[in-house]
Design a binder for this molecule. Structure first.
Ligand code: BDR
Ligand code: CA
Length: 316
């Protein structure tokens, strides 16, 4: 059995990633580390705690991660985030406050401890900036050869970015951290905008959750409707909201959902393209390939899995 850790800047699609992970028995969700981006790190912690309890899983511990990149002092929230995820990160919906609190251990130390304990059984799924994972690698470089797999939501290889013409939000938050992670020896899979903007959800699906008549179904429907409404304004051509973060969880446990391009990758850290994910030209003939990027997705199969799993979870 695989052990999974999520690293979330808990906004709306991160909330869907939590639900997907809880509804996936092939991997045991052993903890959630918190990041920043959609919301401040404190809010990300609270949202994860509240959502876990709403979904009937208060036993999963939540660990606080770092509050900003190493190159900024600001406790950063993306300017556009309130419009997409709401000021509270969950579409201005009130989720009952969890009884459980955040753990005393830091998210960075939890990563290091889990890497040594579970080794190749450990899957890490970051769906926010890579600040915490980069800090863990710098603190204990041996973990890169221990961790089974890192499957991250972030980056864009074959399509434009979503915060600048060439950068995706999670990588853009902390390009240096992302470059450390991409250049490390980790067994790494990038689930970027190339595939996540093709897996879409509409009000039809959220209406079916609301019709379940449970608190979890109703709250998740309200939360995701906010996100769908935002997409109607910012990306009307898509015809739904992008399931970025839950797709990364799905690919982590079932890579056959996507076509993977093997290549050595790096992240530009300097202007004018800071935050761009791109092939590493210095390693074109390097046979030691350890990074892969998802370039195609079986969207029907993913959406089917997504709806089956989340419906069952919201019903329970
Ligand atoms: C990513 O940015 C965040 O706003 C979303 O939660 C997702 O992880 C998409 O670019
Ligand atoms: Ca996210």
């Amino acid at each position: 059995e695989y052990k999974m850790i999520l690293d979330l800047d808990t906004g709306i699609d991160d909330a869907l990633a939590i639900a997907y992970a809880l509804a996936t028995p092939e991997s045991d969700l052993i903890g959630i580390v918190s990041s920043y981006g959609n919301v401040l790190v404190e809010r990300a912690c609270q949202n994860s705690l509240d959502l876990l309890e709403l979904l009937g899983h208060p036993e999963v511990p939540v660990f606080k991660g770092l509050s900003h990149s190493s190159t900024t002092n600001s406790f950063s929230v993306m300017p556009i985030s309130a419009q997409i995820h709401g000021k509270n990160g969950v579409g201005e919906v009130e989720v009952p406050k969890a009884k459980r609190q955040v753990e005393a251990q830091s998210g960075v130390d939890f990563f290091i401890e889990a890497a040594h304990k579970y080794q190749d059984k450990l899957i890490i799924v970051p769906t926010g900036p890579l600040t915490n994972l980069a800090a863990a690698i710098q603190k204990d470089p041996t973990i890169v050869d221990l961790i089974g797999n890192v499957t991250l939501m972030g980056g864009a290889l074959t399509v434009p970015g979503n915060v600048t013409p060439v950068t995706e939000a999670n990588i853009n938050q902390d390009p240096e951290a992302a470059d450390i992670v991409f250049r490390s020896n980790l067994n790494l899979t990038m689930v970027g905008l190339d595939v996540t903007t093709r897996t879409l959800l509409t009000n039809k699906e959220t209406a079916s959750w609301r019709a379940l008549g449970t608190l979890a179904g109703q709250k998740y429907a309200d939360i995701v409707d906010y996100y769908i409404d935002a997409y109607k304004v910012t990306s009307p051509h898509l015809g739904g909201c992008a399931l970025h973060d839950p797709l990364a969880v799905a690919v982590a446990v079932d890579p056959s959902l996507v076509d993977l391009l093997k290549l050595n990758m790096k992240v530009d850290t300097k202007a004018p393209f800071a935050g761009r994910t791109i092939g590493d030209e210095t390693r074109i003939n390097d046979p030691a390939l350890h990074t892969k990027a998802a370039v195609n997705v079986d969207k029907e199969r993913f959406l089917d899995l997504f709806m089956t799993k989340l419906t069952a979870l919201f019903k329970a």
